[in-house]
Design a protein around this ligand. Structure first.
Ligand code: 13P
Ligand code: SF4
Length: 304
């Protein structure tokens, strides 16, 4: 990325000056993912790694709930997000009051909350999950009924794997993954016989049912790198394929994919600005931080 070299060099220098590390989600564009990032991964890996960061500053190249989770897990650090507007349709789909309402409606039913939520919603929850550990988290509860919120499709996809538990859910959706349809998969299989189809579990269950494998973004990457299909479609955010393709030129990545407008608010220019100006700092209301942190830590304690 020769045109971007000045930003990349400035970021590398600023990271040293500020004693900062950059945590980047797998949906970040290759020019961020493969150049300035210190740690890349899925939501679960970023949470696990945030706990161990020694540097003074964490820049989260991802969306707001990821930065908030990093702050919860390592509160002594300064956590920056380059664009405060990097939200998430799932996080926007539910409030803390909604969770209190669910608890009144279903007394005694444990609440498992996807990490794609605000700290206020996490604080009302028993424990969190990500797409990488949702099945293990539900099983760890040994409960006959579980509320799994707010992603309806993730809950339904987990339900298929844990039939012994009744999973109640909420009508939240990822605006990127809800747009895929089973017809998309059938069309791609018609055009590319033998293609491997891998879908993120935020996709509707009928899309996952048409796929060969489903898992978190890290699980999708591991599957491709280990199995090395000659043609593959990653039914998820478009940068996933771009990031794997950059290091695996022998694998052909087929569309469809969709862009996440929130993830795509990150750029080398605003990462540089974040480090230059030490903005925008992500903080968590102290009145709810302890309860939210406990929900995330209970998730991290579940063995996968
Ligand atoms: P994972 O990386 O945990 O699979 O999450 C996908 C996602 O949509 C994050 O916003
Ligand atoms: Fe949220 Fe979906 Fe974007 Fe992930 S891809 S940040 S779940 S809107």
């Amino acid at each position: 990325w020769p045109a971007l070299a000045p930003d990349i060099e400035a970021i590398l220098r600023l990271k040293r000056e500020r004693n900062a590390v950059i945590l980047a989600h797998n949906y970040q564009a290759p020019e961020i993912f493969h150049t300035v990032s210190d740690i890349v991964g899925d939501s679960l890996a970023l949470a696990r790694e945030a706990v161990n960061v020694d540097a003074d500053v964490i820049v989260l190249a991802g969306v707001h709930f990821m930065a908030e989770t990093a702050k919860l897990l390592n509160p002594a650090k300064t956590v920056l997000i380059p664009d405060m507007g990097a939200g998430c349709s799932l996080a926007d789909s539910i409030t803390a009051e909604d969770v209190r309402g669910l608890r009144r409606k279903y007394p005694g039913v444990p609440v498992v909350t996807y990490v794609n939520t605000s700290a206020a919603v996490k604080a009302e929850s028993d424990l969190c999950c990500t797409s990488g550990n949702a099945v293990a988290v539900v099983r760890s509860l040994n409960a006959p009924r579980v509320l799994m919120i707010p992603d309806e499709f993730l809950a339904q996809n987990v339900q298929a794997e844990v039939p012994e538990v009744e999973i109640l859910t909420w009508a939240g959706h990822c605006e990127v993954h809800e747009r895929f349809t089973p017809a998309d998969i059938r069309d791609v299989r018609d055009s590319y016989p033998g293609v491997t189809v891998i879908a993120h579990p935020e996709c509707p269950p009928d899309v996952v049912a048409e796929s060969d494998f489903s898992g978190s973004t890290a699980m999708m990457m591991d599957f491709v790198v280990q199995k090395r299909p000659s043609q593959v479609v990653l039914v998820t955010e478009c940068s996933m394929a771009d990031n794997i393709a950059a290091q695996n030129p022998d694998i052909e990545f087929i569309k469809p994919c969709n862009m996440c407008p929130h993830m795509k608010r990150m750029s080398l220019a605003n990462i540089r600005r974040a480090l230059e100006t030490m903005t925008h700092e992500v903080t968590v209301d102290p009145a709810l931080a302890d309860r939210a942190r406990a929900a995330v830590e209970r998730m991290l304690a579940v063995r996968t």
